[in-house]
Design a protein around this ligand. Structure first.
Ligand code: ZN
Length: 294
């Protein structure tokens, strides 16, 4: 990682955490990738960063006590003073296209792509779930487009929202003429349909990847923690722009995913972030599992 990129990554994380009113720790970032298939498509989960937050009541369990959050973490057998989130992206190869969904914060994604045998120039489409720095930070490298041949696609509401954010001005300037917008529900590339998921940001979307009878749903930031977001989906989350709408979306989406046994990718769940949501009493649990390569 060049020093420019390193400082950019830290700035992005700083922006995210300043907005959230807390400080974050960013351990060394290790590249990693996991390839699997959805029907005839090759799909690759790509690791970008690991994000360790203090359990300080500012992100998870807003309006609840640090002790209550600690009890949920303790029951899951993990440390009670921090919450660890992965930052990951997804790549889909379809005939004539290499599609990247989200770009991380500018951590190890570039190295993860190299390990997976993908060059930056190979990427034809970048689909953005939403414009937070841990999803669009990897779009720009050393002041230039990180994926020079790609069309960058996001919902029109999200692009309007992003352009108003002065902290994103440097990124917006570089990507401006490469962005194409869509309305949620639109097919954005032949194998991928966008899905509106309200609350996290004004134009937040997920993406459904389909081939034959198999599908994978990238749910973006509908959930953040594989523990708290599923055990207490009704708890407000500091990252969410509209906490009420996000809570409604989280509960409705989790119910639907558990009922349909939908294969899910979630960028902040433990790498590779692929698995199923299961109902567990009056709440939910995460069952990680990547489809076997056939
Ligand atoms: Zn995020």
């Amino acid at each position: 990682m060049s020093s420019t990129r390193a400082s950019f990554a830290l700035t992005s994380f700083a922006a995210l955490t300043v907005a959230a009113g807390a400080s974050a720790q960013m351990p060394p970032q290790q590249p990693d990738f996991k390839a699997f298939r959805i029907g005839a498509l090759e799909v690759v989960a790509l690791h970008d960063a690991e994000f360790v937050r203090p359990n300080d009541g500012k992100i998870f369990g807003v309006s609840h006590t640090v002790g209550e959050v600690g009890d949920v973490l303790k029951a899951a057998g993990v440390p009670t003073d921090t919450v660890t989130l992965s930052v990951d992206a997804l790549l889909i190869k379809e005939p004539g296209r290499v599609i990247l969904v989200d770009t991380g914060v500018g951590g190890a994604l570039e190295k993860s792509l190299t390990q997976a045998g993908i060059k930056s120039e190979d990427v034809t489409d970048v689909l953005i779930t939403h414009s937070h720095p841990d999803h669009i930070g990897g779009l720009v490298r050393d002041g230039k487009l990180a994926f020079p041949k790609a069309t960058i696609r996001m919902s029109s509401a999200e692009w309007t929202f992003a352009k108003k954010d002065t902290q994103l001005a440097d990124i917006i300037k570089v990507i401006n003429s490469h962005v194409q917008t869509f309305k949620p529900g639109a097919k954005v590339v032949p194998a991928v349909v966008s899905v509106g998921l309200k609350g996290h940001t004004p134009g937040h979307v997920g993406y459904e990847i389909a081939s034959g009878k198999e599908t994978l749903l990238d749910i973006g930031d509908t959930v953040h923690s594989s523990i708290i977001s599923l055990v207490k989906p009704e708890w407000p989350v500091g990252f969410d722009n509209d906490q009420k709408a996000a809570e409604k979306n989280r509960i409705e989406t989790l119910k639907k995913l558990a009922k349909s046994d939908q294969l899910v990718f979630a960028p902040h769940l433990p790498f590779p972030g692929v698995g199923h949501i299961q109902a567990d009493g009056d709440h939910f649990k995460w069952v990680p599992g990547v489809p076997e390569m056939k």
